[in-house]
Design a binder for this molecule. Structure first.
Ligand SMILES: [Ca+2]
Ligand SMILES: [Ca+2]
Length: 496
C-alpha cells in the first residue's frame, strides 16, 4: 500500500514537472502572403529580414501548402485540425452562424491548449470570423477594439477600368502609402499586444497567437516601406496562352477581370510594388514580436510557428489574389522554430507538407495527445532531421470535388467533373504545361490520384458565405463560360 502511495506521488510529481516544462507556443498567422519573401525567394526584390532570421533559426518548409486557398476554409481546417473533405467546410463561412452541432465535434487549436492548462492569448486575425477561446476574450477585450483600421488620412484611391487611379468609394483596392501614426495601424497594435504578453510573468505555459492582416488587400503600408521599392518591379514569369490547356472549372479560379483592369491601367507594376511594401511592413511587425521573444525569459522554451493562410497570384495565369489550386495560391511560407533544441542555422525541408500538419505537430511537440479526429501528421521527424523523407503528399481542396495533390516534384489536380492537370516541377516550376493528356503519364497520374479523398463530407450549409467556385455543389459552367468569353474577347479568341 505504502509502495503504491509512493508510486502515485512520484507519478504525480513527474506529471507536474512535465507540465511546468511544457513549451510555450508563439503562433504567428499572416494573411495572404505568398512566396515573395527572402527565405522562399519567390521575388528577387522582396525584403523580409525578420522572417528570414526566423527561417534561419528554425526549419524553413520550402514546399508547404495551404489546406484550402481562401482565408475562411484555410483557417477553419488549420485551427479545427480537419480537412474540408472530412468536415464539409469547403467555402467561406460566418463561423458564428455555423450550426453548433457541426463545430462541437472539434476542438480548436487554442481551445485544445487551454484545456491542457495553457494560458491562451490572441490578437488580430486568427480565425476568419469570431471564435473566442482566449484568456483575453473576457475582461476588457481591449485588443478587439483595434481591429478596425483608423486611417483617416488614407487617400481613397482605387483602380478603375480605363481610368487608372481615381477617387473611389471602396478602399479595398487601394495600393498606396498610409500617412497615419503607427498606432492607427491594426497590425502594429497586434504586434504591440504580442510584445506586451511576452513582457509579462507567466505562471503557466502560454499559447500566444498574433495574426497580421497584411499583406491582404488593401495594399497599404507606412511610406517608408514603399520607399524600399523605388526601383522598377520585376514582373513574375507569365505565359500568354497558359489557360488554353485547362478545363472550365479550372478557369473559374482565374481572376480575369482583375488582370484586364490592371493591364489596361498599366497598373500591374504598382500593384506588385504595393504588395511588396505590404509584405515588408508585415515583416517589420513580425520582427517586433520576435525581438520581444528573444529579449524575454521565454526564448529557450518557446516553439515559434509562422504561417500564411494561402498564397497569392500577381498576374501569373492571368490571375489576381488566391482561390486556385495552382502553386501561386497553395504555396505558403511556413517556419517552425523549436528553440528548446540547439540546431545548426539554415535548415530547410523540400518535402511537401500541409498546414493541416500544424495541429498534430504542436500537440506532439508539447507532449500532448491530440484529439482522435485530427487530420494531418506530426512534422516532428522533419524538425529532427530535415532530410527525412515523407510518403504522403500535401492535399489542397477548393470546393467539393476539386483537389490538388502536391508531392516533392509533382502537382496533380482533379476537378469534380473529372478534368485534370499534371505538372512536373523540376522542368516546369511555373506549371505552364498540363501533362495530364500525355499517355506516358498514365502511371504517374494513377499514383497521385490514389491520394484523392475516398470520401467527401457533404457541404455544410449553415453559415455559408462566399462560394466562388465551380464544384460538385455548383456544377454549371454555362453562364461562366459566356462571361469569360465576353471579358476575354479583346485578348484571345473564344475558348471552348
Ligand atoms: Ca487570407
Ligand atoms: Ca497551361
Amino acid at each position: 500500500m505504502l509502495l503504491l502511495a509512493r508510486f502515485l506521488i512520484v507519478a504525480a510529481l513527474i506529471q507536474a514537472v512535465a507540465a511546468a516544462e511544457r513549451p510555450n507556443v508563439l503562433f504567428v498567422a499572416i494573411d495572404d502572403l505568398n512566396d515573395w519573401t527572402g527565405f522562399l525567394g519567390g521575388h528577387p526584390q522582396a525584403k523580409t529580414p525578420n522572417m528570414d532570421r526566423l527561417a534561419r533559426h528554425g526549419v524553413n518548409f520550402r514546399n508547404a501548402h495551404t489546406v484550402a486557398p481562401g482565408c475562411s476554409p484555410s483557417r477553419n481546417a488549420l485551427l479545427f485540425g480537419v480537412q474540408p473533405f472530412n468536415s464539409g467546410l469547403y467555402p467561406f463561412y460566418a463561423t458564428d452562424k455555423i450550426e453548433p452541432s457541426v463545430l462541437d465535434q472539434y476542438t480548436s487549436l487554442p481551445q485544445f491548449f487551454k484545456e491542457n492548462d495553457y494560458r491562451t492569448y490572441a490578437s488580430g486575425k486568427i480565425h476568419h470570423g469570431t471564435v473566442w477561446t482566449y484568456e483575453n476574450d473576457g475582461g476588457s477585450r481591449e485588443w478587439t477594439e483595434h481591429n478596425g483600421e483608423r486611417l483617416a488620412s488614407l487617400p481613397p484611391l482605387v483602380y478603375e477600368p480605363e481610368a487608372g487611379y481615381v477617387q473611389g468609394t471602396s478602399r479595398k483596392m487601394a495600393f498606396c502609402p498610409t500617412t497615419s501614426p503607427l498606432e492607427h495601424h491594426r497590425d502594429y497594435v497586434t504586434a504591440q499586444f504580442g510584445v506586451e504578453i511576452l513582457s509579462r510573468d507567466h505562471d503557466k505555459p502560454f499559447f500566444l497567437a498574433v495574426g497580421f492582416h497584411k499583406p491582404h488587400l488593401p495594399f497599404i503600408a507606412p511610406k517608408r516601406f514603399f520607399e524600399l521599392y523605388q526601383d522598377g518591379i520585376e514582373a513574375p514569369p507569365i505565359k500568354a496562352d497558359d489557360l488554353t490547356d485547362i478545363s472550365w472549372p479550372a478557369r473559374r479560379n482565374v481572376r480575369l477581370a482583375d488582370d484586364l483592369r490592371y493591364r489596361k491601367a498599366g497598373a500591374w507594376e504598382d500593384v506588385r510594388r504595393a504588395y511588396l511594401a505590404s509584405i515588408s511592413w508585415t515583416d517589420w511587425n513580425v520582427g517586433l514580436v520576435l525581438d520581444a521573444l528573444e529579449a524575454s525569459p521565454y526564448q529557450d522554451n518557446t516553439i515559434v510557428v509562422l504561417w500564411s493562410d494561402h498564397g497569392y497570384h500577381l498576374g501569373e495565369k492571368r490571375s489576381f489574389r488566391k482561390f486556385s489550386l495552382w502553386e501561386e495560391s497553395t504555396r505558403v511560407p511556413f517556419i517552425i522554430w523549436d528553440a528548446r533544441k540547439a540546431s545548426p542555422e539554415g535548415r530547410h525541408s523540400d518535402e511537401a507538407v500541409s498546414l493541416i500538419d500544424i495541429y498534430p505537430t504542436l500537440a506532439d511537440l508539447a507532449g500532448l495527445e491530440k484529439p482522435a479526429y485530427v487530420d494531418g501528421a506530426s512534422l516532428a521527424p522533419l524538425l529532427e532531421d530535415p532530410a527525412h523523407k515523407k510518403t504522403s503528399p500535401a492535399i489542397t481542396t477548393w470546393g467539393r470535388g476539386n483537389y490538388a495533390i502536391r508531392t516533392r516534384n509533382w502537382r496533380y489536380i482533379r476537378y469534380f467533373d473529372g478534368s485534370e492537370e499534371l505538372y512536373r516541377h523540376d522542368r516546369d516550376p511555373q506549371e505552364w504545361e498540363n501533362l495530364s493528356g500525355d499517355p506516358s503519364m498514365a502511371k504517374q497520374k494513377r499514383k497521385l490520384a490514389a491520394w484523392l479523398p475516398a470520401k467527401e463530407a457533404p457541404l455544410v450549409l449553415s453559415g455559408k458565405e462566399l462560394h466562388g467556385v465551380i464544384d460538385a455543389d455548383l456544377p454549371d459552367v454555362t453562364e461562366f463560360r459566356k462571361q469569360w468569353n465576353q471579358i476575354n474577347a479583346e485578348i484571345e479568341p473564344p475558348l471552348e
